[in-house]
Write a protein that binds this ligand. Structure first.
Ligand code: BTN
Length: 279
C-alpha cells in the first residue's frame, strides 16, 4: 500500500504511509497544523482508533481495507460549502469501485449523503472534517474507509456491512462457468483501488471547484443514488417522517416529497433509511 501507482497532478504528491496508526484523520489534522500542502495524502494499513461519523468507531483491520485521508486547502471556499466535498468524494469512490465491479453487473450505489453500498450493504464510509484556526479555515480533511478484502465483520455490523471482494465472490459463485473465466476475473487490490480513488477524486474536485457547488456532479451522483425514486424514512431529531427521495440540490440536500410538501433535507444530524432496512 505504501507505493501507490499514481496518475494524479497534485493529489497525493505529499504523502505519508503508516503500517499502523490511531487514525489517518487525526494524523491529517496534525499535518495541517504543521503546514502541509494542498492534496497531502495519509494512508495506513491498519488503524487502532479509526473514527466514523456521529462519534462511532471505524473497524480498521490490518490489510483488509483502505484507510486514507486527503488534505484540501481551497482557501477561497466558504466554510459552509465544505460539507459538499463529502458528496464529491462519494461520487469519486463509487466511480473507482465500479472499475472493479461493473463487468460483473455489480454497480456501487450511494446512500445519501455519502455511504457507498454494494447490494444494499455498506462498503465505504466518508468522514469530512473542517480544520479551523479561530474563525479561519486552515484545511478540510476527507477521510475515507473502504472495505476491500474483509470476510467477516463485528456482530453489530454484520447485517449492514460488506466488502468489495466478498460481493465480487458472490457474483462469481453465481456466474462462473469455466476455468478460463475464473482466470480472467479482475481481482481488486488496495493499491489499484486507491490509485483510482485518487484519480477520480482529483477530477471531481476540479469540477466542483469550477462552480463551488455540485451542479456538474449532481447528475452522476443521482445516477448512482440508492435512494432516489424510493421511499425513505428521514430520521430527523425533531421527529422521523417518510417520503419519496426525488433528487439532490446543487448544494447537496436530499429532496424528499412527503404528500403535499417537498422538503430539502440537510445532512448533519439527519440520516435516512430505506423504509424496509438500511438502504
Ligand atoms: C462513517 O462513519 O461512515 C465514516 C467512516 C470514515 C472512516 C475513515 S477510515 C480513514 C479515516 N480515518 C479515520 O479515523 N476515519 C476515516
Amino acid at each position: 500500500m505504501g507505493n501507490t501507482i499514481q496518475h494524479t497532478k497534485w493529489l497525493g504528491k505529499e504523502s505519508y504511509h503508516y503500517e499502523l496508526i490511531d487514525s489517518t484523520n487525526r494524523k491529517a489534522k496534525e499535518l495541517v497544523a504543521e503546514g502541509c500542502t494542498h492534496g497531502t495524502l495519509v494512508t495506513a494499513d491498519a488503524q487502532n482508533a479509526g473514527v466514523g461519523r456521529r462519534g462511532r468507531s471505524w473497524s480498521s483491520e490490518p490489510g483488509s481495507g483502505i484507510y486514507m485521508t486527503m488534505v484540501l486547502k481551497p482557501m477561497d471556499l466558504a466554510v459552509d460549502k465544505a460539507s459538499m466535498l463529502t458528496l464529491v468524494a462519494a461520487v469519486a469512490v463509487a466511480k473507482a469501485i465500479a472499475k472493479f465491479t461493473e463487468s460483473k453487473n455489480l454497480l456501487p450505489q450511494i446512500k445519501w449523503p455519502n455511504d457507498i453500498v454494494l447490494r444494499g450493504k455498506k462498503v465505504c464510509g466518508i468522514l469530512t472534517e473542517l480544520v479551523l484556526q479561530g474563525q479561519q479555515m486552515d484545511g478540510i480533511i476527507v477521510g475515507i474507509g473502504i472495505n476491500v478484502h474483509n470476510t467477516c465483520f463485528p456482530e453489530e455490523l454484520a447485517q449492514t456491512a460488506t466488502s468489495i471482494e466478498w460481493e465480487l465472490k458472490q457474483t462469481s459463485d453465481v456466474t462462473k462457468c469455466s476455468d478460463d473465466e475464473m482466470r480472467t476475473e479482475k481481482k481488486v487490490t488496495r493499491e489499484e483501488l486507491l490509485a483510482h480513488v485518487l484519480q477520480e477524486f482529483e477530477a471531481q474536485y476540479e469540477l466542483f471547484m469550477q462552480t463551488q457547488d455540485l451542479s456538474q456532479i449532481a447528475e452522476a451522483y443521482q445516477q448512482m443514488s440508492a435512494n432516489i425514486g424510493r421511499e425513505v424514512t428521514v430520521l430527523d431529531p425533531q421527529g422521523a417522517y417518510d417520503g419519496i427521495a426525488r433528487g439532490i440540490t446543487n448544494t447537496g440536500e436530499l429532496i424528499v416529497e412527503t404528500g403535499a410538501q417537498t422538503k430539502w433535507v440537510s445532512a448533519g444530524e439527519v440520516s435516512v433509511r430505506g423504509i424496509y432496512g438500511y438502504v
